[in-house]
Design a protein around this ligand. Sequence first.
Ligand code: UDP
Ligand code: MG
Length: 354
Amino acid sequence: MDQAPDRTHEGTMRRALLSIVTPFYNEGEGVHAFFNELYEELEKIPDIDWEVVAIDDGSRDNTFNLLLDHSHRDGRIKVLELSRNFGKELALKAGLDHISGDVAIVMDADLQDPVYLIPGMLQQWRNGFDVVLGIREDRSSDTRLKRWTSSAFYTLFNMISDTQIPVNAGDFRLMDRKVVEILGTMNECNRFNKGIFAWVGFRTTSLPYVRPIRLIGQTKWNFIQLLLLAWQGVTSFSAFPLKLLTVGGLFLCIVTFIYGSFLIFDTLILGGDVPGYPSIMVTILFFSGVQMLSLGIVGEYIGRIYSETKKRPPYVIRKIHQQKHESHQHQDHRSIHTFGDHPFHPTHFRHHQT
Ligand code: UDP
Ligand code: MG
């Protein structure tokens, strides 16, 4: 079990470093508000140093320039410029791969993950927990449809998946460095963070919060994208759809066998009456449908295997921006991991292509 003293780095010369990891995609309107709130909160917390790893996920508005402004003003802000939009799941992976901290907190850019939870999360970390989840207590800020589909999703997912994901936990969470390092070794490109985060385990606790509505900018997800994410989650963490096929196929075979026996009996013994066209058509159509469906689901998994076997990097960073003293980030990304006076362990340096 982890000891609290280890967390506060007692006996060493340095204070613990907290990394705030935040993905930004077209959040231009909210960048200033985000940093203002964050600064205000972080400055209140004693005994901690902090950095922000801001990922620009291929924004098309002025998000990147605003982030760069902040990073020029404050060396604690590191900006990862992805080469295009990779989506939140991969943007987060990029960010987590580049933290220098002893502990990381993942939060959205739109202030829907309230900063006031940070001190509580850190307290739990100091108490020895490796993961502290922010649990959405009241989802009244979501539409009724979103609430209903999300609760259906959690129920279904936890029924059919080996990995149980905590209900109403988003990506907003604190993770100890060792958890982040394990995540760094998981390079799947078809990424479902909720599942991956849950899969690694570790000592976990949670803090409830009420999720405010988005005040600035707009949500980046539409209903179809959420459905696709849910499907991604199910097929990444469960072979249940495949098993369903086997069972369904077997069931259909049995039914067909009984029906076929009945037809033979009907024709041979009772003499039958119709030439058989309707039943043949119905059977052919029905089973073509079943076959297509089956092929589709099998294809889905083969598609996954295909894209994972290519071993493409999950994301591509165009450049890492950070105001630095002696380091030359552009030539050597490693150098940026020496932050301030603190000797940090190097994190993972995969997939760097500029
Ligand atoms: N985001 C991202 N890449 C994307 C979509 C979203 O980095 O392709 C970021 C976005 O900027 C925000 C976070 O992911 O910081 C959550 O997005 P959003 O608020 O739209 O999601 P919601 O809160 O509606 O689930
Ligand atoms: Mg949001």
